[in-house]
Design a protein around this ligand. Structure first.
Ligand SMILES: *Cc1c(COP(=O)(O)O)cnc(C)c1O
Length: 387
């Protein structure tokens, strides 16, 4: 069944204010998400933060189940954290590396992940290898297969890059890493809420994502999936009285499952809002969301290609809702600012944050569409571009 776009727009106040094509930055939340967050903040103000958390325990617990349903995993395999970077970090910094160990990553890797990889390589003597792209710009599975051996201690790949419209073949990567017995950490920050995700099908052992992007959740929320079989073998880089128990003056035990990657304190209102956002996505259905986003993005690319002074930069055999382009003789930051003045939200993706990708040579305007965007908004964008 096609997605009811009119209803989606009615349920999103922001659609009445702006043409929001910055969903890869932070999507407009459904009104139900905003209300759930504000309701909880009001409850905290009225009865106290701890008391409000106790009263909302069921709603918070539900967020774990909602995320677990989104990913096809168990509630105990989900950690709720403050953003995708911290989620990814908690998984990555739990692994140990020795000199000569190899870590395979991709040209699509997110800048913050790359920085962590470089820091750990510098500390431990592990080596970072960037996998080759295939002719479409996606991870080359043949190159991965050739490089996988017992010296590879981790494959860390970004599913959908922040700086382009492609979708990496995560399932193919998962098949190879499983066969080789190498842990696979998938950054699903831009695919969560945009594409159907199932960790068993993807074959990843760890997955990180944020709440605010295609999931339409509150800012300052994120989550980490770690497979049960792996979580209990990992030592988180830091512990607190929630992720561990102080069992004697000199002893402690680390909490079972994904809870070991969390901290005690957190944004309860945000966690509740995240659960509402995930429910909202599940209610539309991820296949319907993905289909709608792909269609709207394809229309946008088509319209942009009709403009002689515009160049579309997306590579990839399988494309998604992220559309990158440049306007001849115009700085992308200026183009995005001009669009903003016309009530059209986009963002700029910088070459400096994509240094593993030899194709990322210039800053680009990024227009990222969601299921609530319309052809009318695409026309507005095209009309507002500098001539
Ligand atoms: C945005 C993004 C992140 C970081 O997410 P935060 O929630 O800002 O930490 C990680 N990976 C990719 C691919 C992203 O686009």
């Amino acid at each position: 069944m096609p997605l009811d776009v009119d209803r989606a727009r009615r349920e999103t106040s922001g659609c009445r204010e702006v043409a929001h094509l910055n969903n890869a930055g932070a999507a407009l939340p459904p009104d139900a998400v905003t209300e759930a967050v504000i309701d909880h903040l009001r409850l905290e103000a009225r009865i106290g933060g701890y008391e409000a958390a106790a009263q909302a325990a069921e709603a918070t617990a539900h967020t774990y189940s909602a995320v677990a349903e989104l990913l096809g995993c168990a509630d105990t395999e989900v950690a709720l954290v403050e953003n995708a970077t911290r989620a990814w970090d908690m998984a990555f910094y739990s692994l140990s590396f020795s000199p000569g160990d190899r870590i395979l990553t991709s040209t699509a890797e997110y800048a913050s992940n790359a920085l962590a990889l470089l820091q750990v390589a510098q500390r431990t003597g592990a080596r970072i290898e960037v996998l080759a792209d295939d002719e479409h710009g996606q991870v080359d599975l043949t190159d991965l297969a050739e490089r996988l051996d017992s010296t590879v201690k981790l494959v860390a790949v970004t599913h959908v890059p922040t700086h382009g419209g492609l979708v990496n073949p995560a399932e193919g990567i998962g098949t190879l890493t499983r066969a080789a017995g190498v842990p696979f950490l998938l950054d699903a920050c831009q695919s969560a809420g945009q594409l159907p995700l199932d960790v068993r099908t993807l074959g990843c052992d760890m997955l990180s994502a944020t709440g605010r992007k295609f999931l339409r959740g509150p800012r300052g929320t994120g989550f980490l999936y770690v497979a049960e079989s792996l979580a209990d073998r990992l030592q988180p880089p830091f512990l607190d009285l929630h992720s561990a128990s102080w069992t004697g003056p000199d002893t402690f035990t680390v909490a079972p499952g994904a809870r070991r990657f969390e901290t005690w304190e957190g944004n309860v209102a945000g966690k509740i809002g995240l659960g509402v956002a995930v429910d909202h996505a599940l209610q539309w259905g991820l296949p319907a969301i993905a289909e709608r986003i792909t269609t709207v993005a394809a229309t946008l690319r088509e319209r942009l290609r009709e403009l002689p002074h515009v160049q579309v930069h997306d590579r990839g055999e399988r494309l998604c809702g992220i559309v990158t382009f440049s306007v001849h003789d115009a700085a992308s930051a200026d183009v995005s600012a001009q669009l903003r003045r016309a009530g059209i939200n986009t963002s700029v993706t910088t070459a400096a944050n994509s240094r593993f990708d030899p194709h990322a040579q210039q800053d680009l305007v990024r227009a990222s569409v969601h299921y609530y965007n319309t052809t009318d908004e695409i026309d507005q964008l095209c009309a507002a571009l500098p001539r």
